[in-house]
Write a protein that binds this ligand. Structure first.
Ligand code: PLP
Length: 360
């Protein structure tokens, strides 16, 4: 296969490897695989179907959960932010979806709903991130109401989310963990760890871990750690060279003449741009992998094209493939040059990008 336009290769063997790496970090925990934002850009149904070994899935929107049921997914599916309006409770019951409860509005709506089947609840507690979750003081009253409700299945899962687990030197993870332990008992199932906590904070694993990024083969830690070596990128984003020209010293390239060459050199145009989800703010010098080496992005990213400096010796030709990230070029590296995080690059992949499956 020759790649001519923006194509995301999705490697199922890498996904399987990353699942096993996750289990090796947290062997005694069940795995809720996080598939929000179209499975971080990798394809929602595709990734769910490739993970029959996952104990449950987590999504952020009810439409994603329903799409998974329509795709034949049988595992529990948890709405990580719960339902947004009480009308959705009928759908939760109809599609057998589990919900997070993180505020009083959701609690009241669930308790007073008229639904046919019982719903499983993950009670989210704010242990210090101060985004979602009920206050520590409200845990016992919420728990009482949920336990008495005719609509709630037995066995509430207590959960919280960590704000700084990617930084091993940040003391707030330990504080959040201590508070979480004080508020929960071994009577109930507990869940705290995202990818970073799975890799770096073993005391946070509890009954359920919730990996997202690491399943896709990207290291969740700020500083390089051993997860870098064990994880394999699931997505490799490629496209083809559509033009090569020689420019003279002092010539500028692209919109705004934002880059000027200080030498005579060869410039390649690659068929990918911000219309595909390649970051428009990628700086001059952003790495691109072509024919066994790293070359530099030069000039502004256009909607459908980028330009790279191939150097003074021409070894490449029109039609050759370029890798924008993935195998041979970690998305973590590219994210740094675009002043963003790998999460954003992955989930911004646009519909125009072809998906091509390997090792499936
Ligand atoms: C997104 C999310 C995760 C997964 O986070 P990663 O950093 O991608 O592992 C886990 N738990 C919750 C509640 C989330 O929203």
């Amino acid at each position: 296969m020759t790649i001519r336009t923006a194509t995301a290769l999705i490697d199922f063997k890498a996904l399987d490897n990353n699942y096993r790496v996750t289990k090796s970090y947290a062997p005694n925990s069940k795995v809720l695989a996080v598939l929000k934002a179209n499975a971080y850009g990798h394809g929602l149904e595709l990734i769910a179907q490739a993970l029959p070994q996952a104990d449950a899935f987590g999504v952020a929107r009810i439409d994603e959960a329903i799409a998974l049921r329509h795709a034949g997914i049988k595992q529990p599916i948890v709405l990580l932010e719960g339902f947004f309006s009480s009308d959705e409770l009928t759908l939760l019951s109809e599609y057998n979806l589990d919900t997070v409860i993180h505020n009083i509005e959701q609690l009241n709506a669930l308790a007073s709903a008229n639904i046919k089947s019982l719903i499983s609840v993950w009670l989210k507690i704010d242990t210090g991130m101060h985004r979602l979750g009920i206050a520590p003081d409200d845990v016992s009253s919420f728990t009482q109401i949920l336990k008495r409700s005719k609509n709630v299945k037995r066995g509430i899962v207590f959960m919280s989310h960590l704000g700084c687990a990617d930084d091993i030197n940040n003391p707030s993870t330990t504080l959040q963990l201590q508070l979480f332990k004080q508020l929960t008992t071994s009577e109930n199932k507990c869940s705290l760890a995202n990818s970073a906590a799975i890799c770096a904070w073993p005391d946070t694993h509890f009954d359920w871990v919730r990996p997202g990024l690491m399943l896709y083969g990207v290291s969740p830690m700020l500083a390089p750690n051993k997860a870098y070596k064990a994880l394999q990128p699931v997505m490799t984003l490629k496209s083809g060279i559509i033009s090569i020209r020689k420019i003279a010293k002092g010539n500028s390239v692209g919109y705004g003449a934002a880059w000027t060459s200080n030498k005579a050199t060869y410039i390649a145009v690659i068929a990918i741009g911000y219309g595909d989800g390649y970051p428009r703010h990628a700086e001059n010098g952003t790495p691109v992998y072509i024919n066994g080496r790293i070359v530099s992005l030069v000039g502004r990213v256009s909607m459908d094209m980028i330009t790279v400096d191939l150097g003074e010796q021409l070894i490449d030709k029109v039609g050759d493939e370029a890798t924008l990230w993935g195998v041979n070029l970690p998305v973590e590296e590219v994210a740094k040059y675009a002043t963003t995080i790998p999460y954003e690059l992955l989930c911004n992949i646009s519909r125009r990008v072809k998906i091509s499956l390997i090792n499936n």
